[in-house]
Ligand binder design. Structure first.
Ligand code: NAD
Length: 367
């Protein structure tokens, strides 16, 4: 079994230099644990972990990589770090990722999410050897029409609130850099393939962000309180955090091996049947958790958030062979197991590693 994880992606990541921005965050920590199992040579650049507790600290992610604590807005430090590391693959995830925080601090959200992208893409122009860059944006980057169809990659970019819109802007920045500096038509001159990945709301053990459904719920359970849910009827394409991470790694491997053909935008969302509303998810977690889990609907007025959001992932399924391996039931089971493990002081890196094994080789995965 051990051998099998290492051989995923045909061993592509073994010894490969991968530079992750946002490595101290929720997705960055899972990605680092996965990449370390794949034998990659991992470098991280970001601020300190954004939460306390954090998956980064709980799972000892620091020991798996070389970490630089720095601000994505600090162009000089970012450039010097990249010059030193000389990575082959870059996965950009450093961001202010929360909708509510973006209403409180729109200017900072744009500075980090938009200028951070500009800084990174411009810094890559000053170094040699980068072959693949993936900018992780969001399903929220689309102009939301509140319709029932999934958004396709060629639909208009938009975003209502400052977070969603900043991710739309980050998409536009990427598109401009791709046209201007990393144009697939001139690939033989520059050798850089630049893509974006748009994923849905991810769930999984180790998320402790404020104003996100599951972490808020876990905190409420541990305090013996009822969770107050806002927007109970908002539908999201919920997926386990490993789903988009698998997609990002498939895509980066393809960006290296097939360059210009894959330098584009890619959706990695949940299957239609797993797009559930907030109340459904909360209710199901209550059932899986058992005692002490309860919720009520928060009637206070809430800032605008999209109420209907789905992605059409036909492109990733057809050209990358990516598909959601876990349905919503498995996803919720995994996250409840993880937080119960946290409650009982289990080795959390081991839980992540076990879930990675199950994700790729479990018997009940979807085909
Ligand atoms: N979690 C989700 O449901 C979700 C969904 C779609 C897209 N995304 C995107 O995925 C990425 C990772 O999200 P996450 O959930 O892991 O968020 P997170 O808050 O857990 O992690 C964010 C990371 O960015 C770093 N960071 C923040 N500001 C920074 C700055 N100024 N300079 C350098 N680093 C900075 C943090 O230190 C942390 O490492 C983000 O780009 C986010 O927009 C997340």
């Amino acid at each position: 079994m051990d051998q099998m994880v290492e051989n995923l992606f045909d061993g592509f990541y073994k010894g490969r230099k991968v530079f992750i921005t946002g490595h101290t965050g929720f997705k960055g920590s899972w990605l680092s644990i996965l990449l370390s199992r794949l034998g990659a040579d991992i470098y991280g650049y970001s601020l300190d972990p954004p939460t306390k507790p954090s998956l980064y600290e709980l799972a000892g992610v620091d020991s798996l990589l070389s970490s630089t604590i720095g601000d994505i807005r600090d162009y000089g430090l970012l450039l010097n770090t990249l010059k030193e590391v000389k990575p082959e693959v870059i996965i950009h995830m450093a961001a202010q990722p929360l909708v509510k925080e973006s209403y409180r601090n729109p200017r900072e959200t744009y500075e980090i999410n938009v200028m951070g992208t500009v800084n990174l893409l411009d810094a890559v122009r000053q170094i040699h050897g980068v072959r693949a860059i993936l900018n992780v944006t969001s399903d929220k980057c689309y102009e939301n029409k509140e319709w029932h169809w999934g958004y396709r990659e060629n639909e208009p970019i938009g975003g209502h609130d400052p977070y969603s819109n900043s991710k739309g802007c980050s998409e536009l920045v990427t598109s401009s850099f791709r046209n201007s500096f990393y144009n697939p038509k001139n690939y033989s001159n520059h050798g850089v393939a630049l893509a974006t990945g748009r994923a849905g709301n991810v769930l999984g053990g180790g998320d402790w962000a404020e104003d996100r459904l599951v972490p808020d719920f876990i905190r409420a359970i541990m305090r013996g309180e009822k969770l107050k849910i806002r927007s109970p009827y908002a539908i999201r394409p919920w997926q386990h955090v490993l789903e988009p991470l698998w997609g990002y790694l498939l895509l980066c491997e393809r960006l290296c091996s097939r360059g210009p053909d894959f330098a584009d935008a890619w959706n990695f969302g949940a299957d239609d049947k797993d797009s559930k509303n907030v109340e459904w998810i909360t209710h199901r977690i209550c059932e899986l958790w058992g005692n002490n889990a309860a919720y009520e609907i928060d009637k206070a007025p809430q800032p605008h958030e999209a109420s209907y959001l789905k992605l059409d992932c036909s492109k990733a399924k057809t050209f990358l062979g990516w598909y959601p391996r876990w349905n919503i039931e498995t996803t919720l089971n995994m996250l409840v197991k993880w937080y119960k493990g946290y409650q009982s002081n289990t080795d959390l890196r081991l839980i992540c590693l076990n879930q990675i094994e199950q994700y790729f080789f479990g018997e009940n995965n979807q085909e």
